[in-house]
Ligand binder design. Structure first.
Ligand code: NAP
Ligand code: F7E
Length: 328
């Protein structure tokens, strides 16, 4: 039975990846931080097969302990401060967790493996935010990185550290440059979920409007359930490598609003959307669109859920969730 250790188990991707690996017969360990993490119950209910180990990406010895307990064949480093807007207000913390945390876990894997690094395969959750002020359209594995936020800069550090451990120590280390991926499990601070929740609540008469920032930014949005499959496929390759995982389509926030409101029968959303500079960023990533050719050709990976299906799935989920809350 293969064994996997996942950091960031309480997050959107941690849950989907756990489900995928459990369905493939893996023994799955998840690193959970904090003395009394409020999301522990969610993990225990959603993926009861996962064994939870306490640890933090900033605490090197906790990582080594987790590795020694889990004895994993595969390590998926999904843990991060992942909210871009928050990263300006907490730049040092973001650098420590999202950046230096990658070095901590790579080094812990190396020491745990006693230099026989071939016994552990490593996945790093890199991000399209590394492309920032994009230097090429669409963005691919070789596109020059130009991050625009402390989060993006920290991810660039983790990305190159992953490549460096592969080149220095021969580690089977891969970096997935994943473009935005969403789902009903997306945190409510991210724009897609903020919109799907607001649309559901507006439709049900529970909320009057939603306040957003820049409506013109464009993102390449896919479904998280599809993207964790690409992570797993990367670690089944003979060698570690870098892969862009994206849909190859881009949509603005306005496009997302169009579809989400139309899904509940509202064609003109203008009366329900306000804008506030509070939600604007000091430096914006205006356009992201990925070229997933390498992932298609080498991993045989294809997305299954398209943009209209993704928006509908998220709004339907929030309608159901809000109706459940109303019913008590
Ligand atoms: P998410 O929902 O925000 O989850 C982040 C996870 O990181 C949570 O489980 C969180 O745990 C954990 N974490 C935070 N600080 C930690 C620390 N100090 N030590 C250990 N764990 C810590 O993120 P996601 O959407 O699932 O994304 C997964 C990974 O992919 C992240 O690295 C993210 O940056 C990256 N990524 C995401 C996307 C996307 O569109 N979703 C795209 C590209 C890359 P707590 O519950 O304890 O806070
Ligand atoms: O913003 C604009 C905002 O916060 C998307 C993370 O998973 O994907 C995610 O990062 C866009 C930006 O995601 C609001 O300015 C407008 O242009 O949903 P987001 P993100 O910053 O793209 C990447 C790939 C990651 O790696 C990250 O971890 O939407 N926007 N109005 C807004 N965004 C938010 N959050 N809230 C608004 O009110």
């Amino acid at each position: 039975m293969p064994r996997a250790l996942i950091t960031g188990i309480t997050g959107q991707d941690g849950l989907y990846l756990s489900e995928l690996l459990l369905s493939k017969g893996y023994e799955v360990y998840g690193l959970i931080r904090g003395q009394n993490n409020p999301k522990r119950e969610l993990v225990e209910q959603t993926v009861p097969g996962v064994k939870l180990l306490t640890g933090d990406l900033m605490d090197f010895s906790s990582l080594l302990r987790a590795l020694e307990t889990a004895q994993p064949d595969e390590v998926y480093n999904l843990g991060a401060i992942s909210f871009v807007a928050y990263s300006w207000e907490n730049a040092h913390l973001t650098a420590d967790v999202t950046g230096k945390g990658v070095l901590n876990i790579l080094e812990a894997v190396r020491l745990y493996a006693h230099d026989d690094v071939s016994k552990v395969r490593f996945y790093q959750a890199s991000s399209s935010e590394m492309f920032g002020k994009v230097q090429e359209v669409p963005q691919r594995e070789t596109t020059l990185l130009w991050p625009r936020s402390p989060y993006g800069v920290a991810k660039v550090f983790g990305h190159y550290m992953t490549i460096n451990y592969r080149e220095s120590y021969g580690m089977h280390a891969s970096s997935g440059i994943l473009f935005n991926h969403e789902s009903p499990r997306r945190g409510p601070e991210f724009v897609t979920r903020k919109i799907s929740m607001a649309v559901a609540r507006i439709k049900l008469g529970l909320q009057d409007y939603v306040t957003l920032g820049n409506l013109d930014a464009k993102r390449d949005w896919g479904y998280a359930g599809d993207y964790v499959e690409a992570m797993w496929r990367m670690l089944q390759q003979p060698e570690g490598d870098e892969y862009v995982v994206a849909t190859g389509e881009t949509h603005s926030i306005r496009d997302f609003l169009d579809r989400a409101f139309a899904h509940v029968g509202i064609e003109d959303w203008a009366p329900y959307v306000k804008q506030d500079p509070r939600f604007m960023r000091p430096a914006e990533v205006e356009l992201l669109i990925g070229d997933p050719t390498k992932a298609h050709e080498k991993l045989g990976w294809e997305r299954k859920v398209d943009f209209p299906q993704l928006v509908a799935m998220m709004v339907d989920n929030d309608l159901e969730e809000q109706r459940g809350l109303m019913a008590g």
